[in-house]
Design a protein around this ligand. Structure first.
Ligand SMILES: [Zn+2]
Length: 90
């Protein structure tokens, strides 16, 4: 599998670290323990299109939001997130 980093270009997945499900919405800070537990531990195991966080740790170290098909591993859109997204915009 290869991921195209917006900064570095196409690279082997070996350069990246999986960072989790990018579709999880965090509850409010004063939400119940049950809501926080669900947000931290409960995960779907989707078949097909999915959006995930990946970090290009062996490259520019940027965090990315990657659209990936969990069946075919085909990569769709890849966008920068966090402070790296702001750096690209400035
Ligand atoms: Zn990169």
């Amino acid at each position: 599998m290869r991921i195209t980093c917006p900064i570095c270009g196409e690279r082997s997945v070996a350069e990246f670290t999986y960072g989790g499900d990018a579709t999880v919405e965090r509850p409010a800070l004063d939400a119940s323990v049950e809501d926080w537990s669900a947000a931290v531990y409960d995960r779907e195991n989707p078949r097909g299109a999915h959006v995930e966080y990946w970090q290009h740790g062996m490259g520019c170290r940027a965090w990315l939001k990657v659209e990936r098909d969990t069946v075919t591993h085909k990569i769709g859109a890849v966008t920068l997130v966090g402070r790296h997204a702001n750096e690209e915009a400035s």
